[in-house]
Ligand binder design. Sequence first.
Ligand code: GDP
Ligand code: ZN
Length: 355
Amino acid sequence: MTTDPSPRWAGMVVAKQANFYQVRLEGATPATLLCTRRSRLKKLGQRVMVGDRVQIEDPDFTDAQGVICEILPRRTCLDRPPIANADQILLVFAIAQPSLDPWQLSRFLIQAEATGIATQICLNKCDLVPTTEQQHWQARLQAWGYDPLVLSVEHQIGLDQLATQLADRVTLFAGPSGVGKSSLIRTLIPDVEVRVAEVSGKLQRGRHTTRHVELFELTTGGLLADSPGFNKPDLVCAAQQLAGYFPEIRDRLAANPCHFNNCIHHNEPHCGVRGEWERYEHYLKFLEEAIAAETVRHQQPDSEARVKVKIKTDGQRTYEPRLESKKYRRTSRRHRHQTLKDWETELNREDLPPT
Ligand code: GDP
Ligand code: ZN
């Protein structure tokens, strides 16, 4: 005789501390359970992340406890901050105080684009500048390929539009300090301090540790991740992938592809990207930084450097183990002195068209 498998409940992990998880159940009372995970998942090396949709086996509603028995497939997955199934990144900047630095915004945008998650820019403190300046920034960022929401948390301007943008989605906040992120979170989640105290109490640890993420349900719908992990972009991306993180470059390539499919849009002839557009100089600067960072990584003798990264022309990376002993390793010129120029000359230029 077969017995029915124990009933399973679906839910979402909203907070995590050590080996305990807070899971918000879908359509059950009480709504939140304190859970551990089945040792089978641990043995399989399956990490439970905040944002994960999970199944709970046979929950104990009296004590509000349960055991996670399965992690459902993820739509997206970020490592820093560690969060699964985020639908969008909301980049919060201020138009004034601090004044909007286009280079800083660009760096945040590249890091956001590199996650593959949709990015929405939000310009706060519009009360501090005249309408003409707001319009200037809106038009300028539209030319970058974004459609910013303009708001003032302090004067309650634009908050309805923001609520619509956040509804039914899992959103991650990012942005430099002083732009009004905490004020915005307090406005969107009026009892945030109480909720934080509850979670911290149950999970026996404080928050504001660097890798701590927590999801808050908004009264207007949607979930908001409050995390300190994504506020200092450090631009770690492969040089060959950088171009893909600029909407302006994506558009230019679609309209007018470069002659070389491994073009890095620097000095190559018949390049569809090089030209008079605002962020082209950002691209060149970041490209230089990305190449310099790759060179440093290649030169590091640590364990990570035992894996050799090969970048294919389509921007995909492949990884190969490095030879352990230096004696047998051929030192390549690329690894010793790689500059933008070296990089270019190493690219295959045999099929140069007549100029
Ligand atoms: P965070 O560092 O991004 O979390 O920024 P905070 O929320 O701590 O805000 C920094 C400062 O900006 C505080 O003094 C806020 O009162 C102020 N602030 C936040 N939103 C607005 C706004 O819409 N307009 C103005 N004028 N000030 C704001
Ligand atoms: Zn090009």
